[in-house]
Ligand binder design. Sequence first.
Ligand SMILES: [Zn+2]
Ligand SMILES: [Zn+2]
Length: 428
Amino acid sequence: MTAPHGASCYFCLEENADEGGKSLVRDCSCRGNNAGFAHLSCIIKYAEQKSKRATTKMDLPAFSRSWRECPNCKQPYQNQISLDLSSAFVSFAEANYNPGKCIIGSQLTNDKVNLMDALRERAISLLNHAVLHEPSGVEVECKMIIGKILSMVDQMKKDLDMNRWMLMPKHTYEYRFYVLVCGKYEADGYHYLGKILYRTGKDDEYKKYFQKARIIYNITGLNAQSQDIDNYIALTKREQDPNQSDGINLCEFTRKNYELVKESFGLTAAVVIHSGVEHAIELKKAYRRIEASRLLTNLAADSRRVLGPEHHITKKVDQQLQDCNERLVCVQGTLFQAMRYENDGAMCVVKGPIKVPRQIDGEREFHYTCDLIHPVRGCPVICHGKLGEVGELQEHGQFEVHFEDASQKPASAKPENLRIAFELPDQG
Ligand SMILES: [Zn+2]
Ligand SMILES: [Zn+2]
């Protein structure tokens, strides 16, 4: 975002552009008129110092941290700043890279690991960019970067004859080095490559890479990452064929994923809003429209405030929310959208019939008595004074209703005893 008047650089305290003429930037979770703004050049200088210190202390996690997250709010940089910093990080690590032979415990080997670390950050930044911006055009670079990491790992494995280390006791330096290099760089490399190839979607090559990553994750005990791939594969299958999901509960998966990115990125980062929408879409598919609608209402407000009304993610949220707020009903076997009640609730006004794809222009409004209105599965309704959503149709034309308050047992009701909830009441 553009810095407001009076904002100054978090590092050099200067309000004006830096020597290269570049203005202040900010794209993390810092808020307010002055917090967290900085010159990109100052962030780079700071990160270089931190990385040098991390190298002397042999502190690998600290080597990449300042290139990835804001020292003020401790949240990852986003979008263009993330791309710019990951690129500068690679340049920095390359400048310190010496392509000599690997010897365990040597400075040279550490510099190699450092470069792999920088390349990995770059790959993640590009992958995030590819997920958030379509078309992104960064896939080619991402593949190339991952290719570099994988060939470095290969060379290192040969130089150090590493494959036998996997069988060593778990507390040994060799075993831990194996887990670091093969788990964090090799398996993650295959994992990200699979995701990028899946996005470019030409053939089934991505499966091969997922499989390779999974094998290494399983050997090195990185079960969470392996689970992430399993879920990803299930998700792809489900997208290609809705009936096949290998018994994985996708709502649960997208919920966990959403919780995870919320934890690591704060509430309002683009990637968080994006995974919130993905979760809402799964909720909707599972006929949990009330939950989806409440989530999307919050996401729409966040996205509008943080990304702006014209951002493609904001538009996606709006579209999903609008879709969620439609109340679809069946009248004598034909699909309509319920609009409102009239005549003190004796009649319901519907619009349709709905064709696929929908042609609003050709639709008209009709009035029906309430006994003819059958809300479709997932439609929010009021039943016995409580908010719920319609479940499966039961015998004798009764509808199952699941209440929002999960402590209430599902009920069974005739269509004339259900009221469509056009607006969701505030959560009690
Ligand atoms: Zn500065
Ligand atoms: Zn910040």
